[in-house]
Design a protein around this ligand. Structure first.
Ligand code: SF4
Length: 384
C-alpha cells in the first residue's frame, strides 16, 4: 500500500504553508487562507443518505451572479499585512450541487482569468451543460459513490428504474475526452489534474471498489479516490463498519492495486480515521478556522446579493461557525478575519467539542501540524 505519493492527495504539501500559519496570532493580523471553499447553491437534484449538507439544503438559496463575480475581485486583492500571502485557490464544492447554480460556469471562467486555481466537486448530473467551463479546473471530482445503478439509486434517493448513473458515467466520459483534445488545466499531464471518480464508502458499496476502478479507467478518469463516509455533525444517525466490511475493503484495495494500469491513481484517505474507520479527532484546538473558510448563500430573509461566511465546512449548518451572516459587502471578510469575533469562535471550539461534537474533521492534519510543528516543535523541523 502506498501511503506517500506526489499527488494532490499527499498531505505533505501542508508543510509548505507553515510560514503563513505561523502568522495566525491573536492581536496580529491573521493572513488570508490559501484556499476558500465556495458553495454556489443550496439546491441539489439528488439526496445522498450521508449528505453533510442535508440541513443547509433546506435553505434553498444560491449565491447571485454579482456576489460570485465580486468575490473573484475581492480575493484577487486580499493579501496579508506584508503582502506575501493571498487566496491562491477556490474549491467549488458542497452545501448542495454547485452546478445547480446557473452562474457557476461563469464564476469558474472568471476565477481562471484572474489566476486563481480552481477545482470543482460535483455529483456529475449536470456536467454536460458546462463542459467548456469545467475545463479550467485543475481537477473535477465526481461523487459517484457506486459502481452500478442499483447501489447508486439506493444511496441517492432515486427510483429503482432511474438511469441517472449511466448519464453521469457518460458525462464523465465526455469531459475526459474533451480535456484530452484541448489545451486546458483539466487535461494537464499530471497525476493530480483530470477527472477524479470519487466514492464515499458506506457499507454496501465496499464490494464495488474494484468495479469502480475498472469503469474509471475505461472512461479515461485519471484516478479513483475512496474514503469512509462520515456521520454528519447534525444528524442523529450513526453507522459503524463491521470487521468483515473492513476485511472486504482490504481485499478490494488489493484487487485494484494488482489490476490497475500503472498510470492510474488509486487513493484512499484513512489518516483521519481510526482502524475501525471511525473519527479520531485527537487534537486540542481548532486553528483550522483560520486556515480556510466557506462562502455560502444567504439564509432566511437575506437579500439576493448577500452571502454568509462560515469557518468550518464540516459544520456548515452550525450558526456558531458563522463569521458573517447575510452580509452584502465582500470587503467585510478581510475586516473580520482574525478579529475578536473570529477568535471567539476559535475559543468556543473546545477540546471536548472537537472530540464529541465535531464530525470526522476535514482539517485533521492542519490541526495536527499546528499542534506538533508550530506551537511546539515536536519534529525538530530544521533537522532535515
Ligand atoms: S470539524 Fe471541528 S475541529 Fe474540524 S475544522 Fe470543523 S470545527 Fe474545527
Amino acid at each position: 500500500m502506498k501511503y506517500r505519493n506526489w499527488t494532490s492527495f499527499n498531505t505533505g504539501k501542508l508543510f509548505s504553508h507553515l510560514e503563513r500559519w505561523k502568522l495566525i496570532q491573536k492581536n496580529g493580523k491573521c493572513p488570508p487562507p490559501a484556499l476558500i471553499t465556495v458553495d454556489p447553491s443550496n439546491y441539489c437534484n439528488l439526496s445522498c443518505e450521508w449528505c453533510n449538507a442535508w440541513k443547509v439544503r433546506k435553505n434553498e438559496r444560491m449565491l447571485s451572479d454579482d456576489v460570485l463575480i465580486n468575490f473573484v475581485k475581492f480575493i484577487s486583492q486580499w493579501k496579508s499585512a506584508d503582502g506575501k500571502y493571498g487566496v491562491e485557490a477556490v474549491c467549488i464544492a458542497g452545501g448542495g450541487e454547485p452546478l445547480c447554480n446557473p452562474y457557476t460556469g461563469r464564476f469558474l471562467l472568471e476565477l481562471n482569468r484572474n489566476g486563481v486555481d480552481v477545482a470543482t466537486v460535483t455529483n456529475g448530473t449536470l456536467i454536460h451543460k458546462y463542459l467548456e467551463e469545467l475545463l479550467v479546473n485543475q481537477y473535477v471530482a465526481v461523487s459517484v459513490d457506486a459502481a452500478c445503478s442499483t447501489t447508486f439509486n439506493q444511496y441517492k434517493g432515486l427510483e429503482e428504474s432511474s438511469k441517472l448513473f449511466d448519464q453521469i458515467i457518460d458525462n464523465m466520459d465526455l469531459l475526459c475526452r474533451l480535456s484530452r483534445k484541448k489545451e486546458c488545466n483539466l487535461g494537464k499531464e499530471s497525476p493530480s489534474n483530470g477527472v477524479n471518480y470519487r466514492m464515499l464508502l458506506y457499507k454496501d458499496n465496499i464490494r464495488e471498489i474494484s468495479e469502480a476502478a475498472r469503469i474509471a479507467q475505461e472512461i479515461g478518469c485519471n484516478s479513483l479516490h475512496i474514503r469512509p463516509a462520515a456521520v454528519p455533525f447534525d444528524s442523529d444517525g450513526n453507522f459503524a463498519f463491521s470487521g468483515e466490511e473492513i476485511e472486504l475493503f482490504k481485499e478490494q484495495v488489493r484487487i485494484v492495486e494488482q489490476t490497475k494500469r500503472p498510470d492510474f491513481g488509486f487513493y484512499y484517505t484513512l489518516g483521519k480515521f481510526d482502524d475501525k474507520f471511525q473519527k479520531c479527532n485527537d487534537f486540542k484546538q481548532c486553528f483550522a478556522v483560520f486556515m480556510t473558510a466557506t462562502l455560502m448563500p444567504p439564509i432566511g430573509e437575506g437579500t439576493k446579493d448577500s452571502y454568509c461566511l462560515n469557518v468550518c465546512c464540516d459544520r456548515r449548518s452550525d450558526d456558531a461557525m458563522r463569521l458573517l451572516t447575510n452580509e452584502a459587502d465582500l470587503n467585510r471578510i478581510s475586516q473580520i478575519w482574525g478579529s475578536d469575533k473570529h477568535w471567539n469562535i476559535f475559543h468556543f471550539i473546545t477540546e471536548r467539542q472537537i472530540r464529541e461534537i465535531c464530525p470526522r474533521c476535514t482539517y485533521y492534519e492542519h490541526n495536527k501540524i499546528m499542534e506538533n510543528c508550530i506551537l511546539t516543535d515536536n519534529m525538530l523541523i530544521n533537522f532535515i
